[in-house]
Design a protein around this ligand. Structure first.
Ligand code: CP3
Length: 347
């Protein structure tokens, strides 16, 4: 096969005795070194747009833990900002954006091909990382899936049930679909530029896929992921893509085939034994330890980690959490998870 990096081998379909491992939000507030660099940058968005400091926080968890992959430090909401939406973060609350609910709001957005002007610093972060990462560490680029990004653009913030986005989908389907198409096109430009700068894998985060039911899941989760994956693979033959339709439940089944992604990331509501039988049969899976174990640790962490490794050991698997690590996590629990995953190594 010729692929040396463990993550790329898993993505190519290889079953490994010890699964490679990385962690969503591995650069984040649970790490004191992250908090220090973020303070130096001033605020979260300044950190995202400062290539040297963004590369530094990307490297911190690699130095501390030796993960098999680094994920570019950025945010899914930079694409709306590059399209012309206003974006700011309220400390302790989360993101805020100017809202898109009318044709007039939509008309203010710029063309998809113009996003590079804002996003150039992100590509510079990728270039720095591809020089500085250890030779066995895979660099993952990412973007939000169009539906998830649209939920924030329509509501102007995170919402528990994505109500405003569902309302626009019902009340003005044409506008809703035009917005999704614009985000899809911008995402193809953005991910393509990350790949050109040195990203070796890209991941599409559809954090709110679980609220799309029936035909809406097909039209607004599967179809955009298929379109983005096809466009990237046409431009960059062989580029591996990870899809994360979070909380898709039964709809994880067939996701590889319907979209063309090389790997499906699983949230922790899915049993690993079920995923082995119904999802991993179609290709690599990633996941899916509950993030709360990074707060609580102990025997339960070890037992659940072993169960996941065991259940997914008969096919290609990348070990990860089911969602991002939270700021209240204990860095020692991350080490315990890694040691548990790798305990069988060399046997
Ligand atoms: O995984 C990584 O380490 C890479 C970097 C990354 C961030 N956000 C950094 C971040 C990635 C891949 C994301 C994706 C992201 N951003 C998603 C999809 C994945 C998911 O978690 O469901 C979403 C929905 C967002 C939007 C977003 N960004 C929200 C809702 C928030 C606030 C919530 C919070 O945790 O405070 C952010 C901020 C954010 N993005 C932080 C980080 C490290 C915290 C910012 C800080 O330092 O204050």
């Amino acid at each position: 096969m010729g692929q040396q990096k463990t993550i790329l081998r898993a993505l190519a379909g290889e079953t490994q005795a010890v699964p490679p491992i990385w962690m969503m939000r591995q650069a984040g507030r649970y790490l004191p070194e992250y908090r220090a660099t973020r303070a130096q940058a001033g605020d979260f968005l300044s950190l995202c747009y400062n290539p040297e400091l963004a590369a530094e926080v990307t490297l911190q968890p690699i130095r501390r833990y030796g993960f098999d992959a680094a994920i570019l430090f950025a945010d899914i909401l930079l694409v709306p900002q590059a399209l012309g939406a206003e974006l700011w973060f309220v400390t302790g609350e989360g993101p805020r954006l100017s809202t898109i609910t009318t044709e007039a709001d939509f008309a203010k957005l710029g063309p998809a091909g113009d996003v590079h002007e804002t996003l150039n610093p992100i590509y510079e972060t990728v270039r720095i990382l591809s020089r500085e990462l250890p030779s066995d560490t895979t660099l993952i680029g990412f973007a939000g899936a169009p539906w998830t990004v649209a939920t924030y653009m329509i509501a102007g913030r995170g919402t528990p049930d994505q109500g405003p986005a569902h309302a626009l989908m019902q009340e003005n389907t044409a506008l809703f679909e035009a917005l999704l198409a614009r985000i899809t096109e911008a995402t193809i430009h953005y991910l393509s530029a990350q790949i050109e700068a040195g990203a070796e894998v890209v991941k599409i985060f559809d954090s709110w896929a679980g609220s799309l039911k029936g035909a809406a899941f097909e039209k607004y989760a599967l179809e955009p992921a298929r379109e983005i994956t096809a466009a990237l693979k046409a431009r960059h033959p062989g580029i591996p893509v990870i899809g994360f339709p979070r909380e898709a439940g039964e709809k994880y089944v067939g996701f590889h085939k319907a979209t063309g992604v090389d790997c499906v990331a699983l949230d922790n509501s899915v049993d690993p034994e079920w995923a082995a039988a119904h999802v991993q049969v179609d290709g690599c899976v990633q996941g899916n330890l509950a993030s709360r174990h990074m707060v609580t640790g102990g025997e339960a962490l070890v037992a659940d980690t072993r169960r996941i490794v065991q259940a997914l050991s008969q096919g290609p698997h990348i070990f990860n959490l089911g969602h991002g690590i939270t700021p209240d996590a204990d860095p020692d629990n991350v080490q315990l998870m890694i040691d548990t995953v790798r305990e069988g190594a060399g046997q």
